[in-house]
Design a protein around this ligand. Structure first.
Ligand SMILES: [Zn+2]
Length: 136
């Protein structure tokens, strides 16, 4: 891990706000779940999902069963595992809160991005520019 990323990782995950926002986010997400999830997709996301062979039912399953790994007041990242063939593969859904709907910003398989995430895919370990672009 490069020095810049090391510093960035520390500043995110050692910050008490990280846990604070995760807990707040879980409560917020629970409210959306209780009301029955309403989701919106931009055309960009639809294209991405198609390219990545990720279905809308996988997204819904992640929203309902996944857990937050990053939470901000207006957005969040969910980690879940969805069945692909005979195995379960990790999936990240990046979402935004928009009134009573959840806006799907993007979704991807974190295992497709080498050395960007830790082994359990719940912490980002590299923020270098070259690796960032591909996910959105
Ligand atoms: Zn790096």
């Amino acid at each position: 891990m490069c020095k810049t990323c090391q510093h960035k990782v520390k500043s995110i995950y050692d910050n008490p706000k990280y846990m604070f926002y995760l807990e707040k986010g879980e409560m917020k997400l629970e409210k959306y779940r209780r009301k029955g999830l309403k989701t919106t997709y931009t055309s960009h996301v639809k294209k991405r999902l198609y390219q990545r062979c990720i279905s809308e039912s996988e997204i819904l399953s992640a929203l309902n069963n996944g857990w937050l790994i990053r939470s901000k007041p207006q957005s969040a990242i969910i980690l879940s595992y969805t069945k692909v063939g005979r195995t379960y593969r990790p999936i990240h859904v990046v979402l935004g809160y928009n009134g009573d709907t959840i806006e799907i910003i993007t979704a991807y398989r974190p295992d497709h991005f080498t050395e960007v995430w830790n082994d359990s895919y719940d912490k980002r370990i590299c923020f270098c520019e070259g690796k960032k672009g591909g996910m959105y």
